[in-house]
Write a protein that binds this ligand. Structure first.
Ligand code: 6R9
Length: 649
């Protein structure tokens, strides 16, 4: 990594929400007296019943407890919509840019958003959805996805958005895990000119769920779907006749706003549960400061609402701030590699936030797709999801930013609700590849992975943990608080453990080095290796499987699967294709292995534990750095795997 620094330009500093002095002062204040700091900043949102308590948190294993603003009441949807109506009712809240550039974009004002969300909330009530009940949202990137989320928030139901790329099985598991009452979906999800049959996926999923689950369908493309009377409901038709008036329900600050499933080191995805009050304060505040958002700006986060980035920075953060937020249904390369930049030009986007994998993919098409567009509206660029390599950073900076725009590299997680390590564009000199410094209220520590002790030297490396709570922190794993404690607080006592490795340089800047657990990051999507393994071993021909990540030019990491076949089954290209297809249907296209290597045996310790360290090295073609193999039950397995790797078997 280069250590070249890029200080903010004086013009940017002059107009920014925070220069360096202000960042330093606010950060210090947030560390010295979190109660006073957040007591003040909690007021950025509207409370029905104001809070008198601010922070009540404990990271002690066995009694982990996280509460913020616990006696306050609010409604998240009212904060994202109603409170803006008086001053900006006719301002655009959501710009919707469809997959097909020929289809006109929509500009939805705050008044219109109010109307739609109220109607959808009344539809949910008419389906018997009660406060605290779960609603699964399995939708394309269309305004109705936002209406659905906000409608849940309005009536106090808990939403769980499932990424539209997940398979029926993955969808069914999530519906069942949170015992959802209702599933909201659409007929089809157009992306890149192709259509995913969401409704028929939903039909397949619901075969494995309680027959009480209602299916609310948004007729988006008008594509043909099967229709099951008494179960399927035409949402748009009901919204037409529903009342546009649905009073927001007062919710406690700690009432859950949503659950979002994410991958961990075990086979079963975790339902990460977020709060209403603390989450909204944190999403809104990070959106304002990290992106230096000002009234009237057009903000575009290219994530999907199926991921946490879409929750915090397409919906909740921007709308709580009264922003104009852009929702894009399509993909960066459709109809061609110029699409992102055409959309920036068309809608005069001011802040643009995307993932390194998209930058790398677009870089491969050269500069013309960018330089033929007018990007003069852009004021800031951002990245999220994985470490950004210097080539991609430089291209983003030079070609997209013309060397003039600040780049904010934001490190955070589904678990953290909002940005944790990030430059503030008017305050922080950036270094390509570093997420730089903590946001207000965030106390990062670098721990020795073995002893769990804090590495106190400024320049150090180890695993990244957070020493104290912040308002956006997840509260629990849905239905399994013990697993929450075990996953995040057991390995390093007294800390929230991130699962990432990191280095801190001489200026105190943080450099994320990637996951240290069995989670891989494929195109910025989190994938548990155990999830892919359990999908593979569910295939009749597979005896055993081990999955690791390996460096991939575009995706950051690719999925490398070692597969041991059942006795008597012969490897073949056909079987390889069949296994790829199998994983796609078990989990979804994002989990398809990039490489499958036939493994007559896997390297295991005498106690039967697979030594992934060795498998990672073989996948990386790094045969000289295998380390100690003497504890293996059968060291000859390794030679065979290397030989197969070299012969590309
Ligand atoms: C927001 C989001 C979280 C994991 C995280 C880390 C990686 C995210 C990063 C980054 C380096 C960044 N990650 N941002 N690594 N630099 N700026 O992506 O949430 O899907 O839960 O993934 O992504 O490994 O632990 P999530």
């Amino acid at each position: 990594m280069t250590d070249k620094t890029y200080p903010p330009s004086p013009e940017f500093v002059a107009n920014s929400h925070a220069d360096k002095a202000k960042y330093d002062a606010m950060y210090q204040a947030s560390m010295q007296d979190p109660d006073a700091f957040w007591g003040e900043h909690g007021k950025r949102i509207d409370w029905i019943e104001p809070y008198s308590k601010v922070k009540n948190t404990d990271f002690t294993l066995g009694q982990v407890n996280i509460k913020w603003f616990e006696d306050g009441t609010l409604n998240v949807a009212a904060n994202c919509i109603d409170r803006h109506l008086e001053t900006r009712g006719d301002q655009t809240a959501i710009i919707f840019e469809p997959d097909d550039p020929e289809t006109p974009a929509q500009h939805i004002t705050y008044n219109q958003l109010h109307d739609k969300v109220n109607r959808m909330a009344n539809v949910l009530l008419s389906q018997g959805v009660m406060r605290g009940e779960r609603v699964i949202i399995y939708m394309p990137m269309i305004p109705e996805a936002a209406y659905a989320m906000l409608a849940c928030a309005r009536i106090g139901a808990i939403h769980s958005v499932v990424f539209a790329g997940f398979s029926p099985d993955a969808l069914a598991n999530r519906i069942n895990d949170c015992q959802a009452k209702v599933l909201i979906t659409a007929d089809e999800a157009p992306r890149g000119g192709r259509k995913t049959p969401l409704k028929s996926n939903a039909d397949a999923a619901l075969l494995h769920c309680s027959d009480k689950v209602r299916c609310l369908v948004v007729k988006h493309t008008g594509g043909q779907t099967t229709w099951i009377e008494d179960r399927d409901v035409d949402v748009l038709a009901l919204m037409e006749t529903a009342s546009p008036d649905c009073p927001p329900r007062p919710m406690n600050a700690e009432d859950p706003l949503f659950i979002l499933y994410t991958s961990g080191s075990t086979g079963k995805p975790k339902g990460v549960q977020h709060s209403s009050g603390g989450y909204l304060v944190y999403a809104a505040m990070t959106h304002q400061y990290t992106f230096d958002y000002h009234d009237g700006d057009v903000f575009w986060c290219t994530a999907d609402v199926g991921w946490v980035t879409g929750h915090s920075y397409i919906i909740y953060g921007p709308l709580a701030n009264g922003a104009t937020t852009l929702m894009f249904e399509g993909v960066p390369t459709y109809p061609d590699a110029s699409r992102f930049w055409q959309v920036c030009e068309k809608h005069k986007v001011n802040q643009f936030y995307t993932a390194p994998t998209a930058i790398r993919a677009l870089m491969a098409y050269g500069n013309d797709p960018v330089t033929t567009c007018d990007l003069s509206s852009l004021k800031l660029l951002g990245t999220v999801g994985e470490p950004i390599n210097p080539e991609a950073w430089n291209w983003y900076n030079d070609v997209v930013g013309k060397g003039k725009l600040p780049i904010v590299d934001t490190w955070w997680q589904t678990e953290t609700g909002g940005h944790m390590l990030t430059p503030l564009p008017g305050a922080t000199a950036t270094k390509p590849g570093s997420a730089t410094l903590p946001f207000f209220g965030v106390k990062p520590v670098v721990l020795d992975p073995q002893s769990g002790e804090e590495n106190v030297d400024v320049e150090t490396d180890g695993v990244l943990a957070i020493a104290d709570s912040w308002p956006g922190q997840m509260r629990t794993i849905y239905g399994d608080h013990e697993r929450f404690e075990k996953t995040y607080f057991a390995d390093y006592k007294g800390y929230f453990f991130s699962g990432d490795g990191c280095r801190r340089d001489e200026d105190g800047y943080y450099w994320i080095t990637g996951r240290v657990d069995d989670v891989i990051n494929v195109s910025g999507h989190r994938m548990g290796t155990a999830e892919v393994e359990s999908a593979l071993v569910a295939h009749v021909d597979v005896a055993e499987a081990a999955v690791v990540g390996y460096p991939h030019d575009i995706k950051g990491q690719g999925i490398y699967a070692y597969v041991t076949l059942m006795n008597g089954v012969e490897p073949s290209d056909e079987l390889r294709k069949d296994l790829e297809k199998w994983v796609r249907t078990e989990i979804g296209p994002i989990a398809k292995p990039d490489l499958i290597q036939w493994a007559p045996g896997l390297p295991k310790t005498r106690s039967g534990k697979i030594m992934r360290r060795i498998l990672r090295k073989i996948a990386e073609n790094d045969f000289d750095a295998l380390g100690d193999t003497s504890t293996l039950a059968d060291p000859s397995v390794v030679d065979e795997l290397i030989e197969n790797r070299m012969n590309k078997k």
